[in-house]
Write a protein that binds this ligand. Structure first.
Ligand SMILES: Cc1cc2nc3c(=O)[nH]c(=O)nc-3n(C[C@H](O)[C@H](O)[C@H](O)COP(=O)(O)O)c2cc1C
Length: 412
């Protein structure tokens, strides 16, 4: 078996419950409902599964933070906002294997004692929201979701909640505000969602790929999960490879797979046989790597050691002809536009950085502007309300530091 998440790719067509069941679907749910909930949490902790939404926090540990009492109202939220440029892995699961996510959510909800769940999906994924709604109806009609799941007294309903195209709503507390009908702005933490989440109730927020890994763990056990990847970084990752490669796409490979292999073997190498200039390894907010830095393993710890992050696993490949100041300009525009405006360092900082990089790219900047961009990045880091400010600053700062010559060649 080579896959955990895309094992049915090409076999399952849209929302086909019949085919999902024929390929072992909902067997993990049956098994889970026969187990005490705390055993499922232990299993997930033992598997070492870390969140696939960006931060890599251990999933089972997060579930353990929730109060144990079954009578307390708790919520489970699937984060399907997927708004980061270069990131398109979650849609692959939701579009082609929606029941895998529904099964993963239903098992997770049983483990933590949640009665109600939401899939928060980005507004642009209009057709995928429809696929999910159809699959949920099918699951309810066949007793896999809703009331008295599989004849037990366990009840869990899932609603699809459509976002409105805001990247910051992917931040888990902004997402909660958005579901509550407020502006999608991150909350000050603590308290964390595990104690004060949706409508003030204990809540778990988990990425699509994280939740979709649960049926495999329950079916096959934590040791089977640990045959993929490496210590502290177990399982597989959906790598979404885009940019200047011959075969862009979403590929499932074990954690720790070489970045070089992913670009040159899996994605077919650089388009037009050009040279490689740089790679953004984990969605736009991941600090850029130079061509001579790609001999690394793609997992949480290796990328941090290399000065970047695994993030969403969205690999953006840039060939030798790409202007990094141009990339920085696009990135700065995105971050400035998406800043929620709530905290000063992010609101003002991202906007001034955008202004300065625009000026540099237009050939009207100065060396002082480059220094000013770096100074602003230093000021933003560690001083914002949520992680968006940090990641925006790291991303821009790394581009300027590693490709400073290109920026300097543009200034007066
Ligand atoms: C600006 C911003 C955007 C984010 N967008 C997403 C997203 O689209 N999907 C996602 O799963 N996590 C996103 N996250 C991370 C979430 O806050 C949270 O850590 C994640 O949903 C937890 O799930 P996981 O542990 O399964 O990764 C974002 C974080 C930030 C700061």
């Amino acid at each position: 078996m080579n896959n955990i998440l895309l094992s049915k790719k090409g076999i399952i067509d849209l929302h086909s419950l019949k085919k999902y069941i024929a390929h072992g679907g909902y067997e993990a749910l049956k098994k889970a409902l026969s187990m005490p909930p705390e055993n499922i949490i232990s299993m997930v902790i033992e598997s070492g599964l870390r969140g696939r939404g960006g931060a890599g926090f251990p999933a089972g540990m997060k579930w353990k933070f929730l109060p144990k009492e079954r009578e307390i109202t708790k919520y489970l939220i699937c984060n399907a906002d997927e708004g980061e440029p270069g990131t398109f892995k979650d849609r692959q699961i939701m579009e082609f294997d929606p029941h895998l996510l529904i099964e993963g959510m239903t098992i997770t909800a049983y483990a933590i004692g949640a009665c109600r769940g939401f899939i928060y999906i980005r507004g642009e994924y209009d057709w995928i929201a429809k696929v999910l709604i159809r699959a949920l109806k099918e699951a309810e009609d066949h007793g896999f979701s809703g009331d008295y799941i599989l004849g037990t007294d366990y009840q869990f309903c899932i609603d699809v909640f459509r976002g409105a195209g805001s990247y910051i709503c992917g931040e888990e507390t902004a997402l909660l505000e958005s579901i509550e009908g407020k502006a999608g702005r991150p909350r000050l933490k603590p308290p964390f969602p595990a104690t004060f989440g949706l409508y003030g109730k204990p809540t778990v927020v988990q990425n699509v790929a994280t939740l979709s890994s649960i049926p495999f763990i329950v079916n096959n056990g934590p040791d089977a999960f640990k045959t993929f990847g490496k210590p502290r970084n177990y399982g597989t990752m959906l790598f979404g490879i885009c940019g200047h490669v011959n075969k862009p796409g979403v590929y499932e490979y074990p954690m720790g797979t070489s970045l070089k292999k992913l670009i040159y073997e899996v994605a077919g190498g650089i388009k037009g046989n050009k040279g490689l200039k740089a790679v953004i390894p984990g969605g736009l907010s991941a600090p850029i790597l130079k061509a001579d830095e790609i001999d690394i393993e793609m997992d949480f710890d290796s990328l941090i050691a290399a000065g970047s992050i695994l993030g969403t696993g969205g690999i953006i490949v840039l060939d030798e002809n790409v202007s990094i100041p141009f990339v920085a300009q696009k990135a700065a525009k995105f971050f400035a536009h998406e800043s929620c405006g709530q905290c000063t360092p992010c609101r003002e900082g991202t906007n001034i950085i955008k202004f300065l990089i625009d000026r540099i790219a237009a050939g009207e900047g100065s060396l002082t502007d480059i220094e000013q961009v770096l100074r602003l990045c230093r000021c933003i880091k560690g001083s914002t309300l949520c992680a968006m400010g940090d990641t925006a600053a790291f991303s821009i700062e790394t581009m300027v530091k590693k490709f400073r010559g290109e920026f300097e060649s543009l200034v007066k």
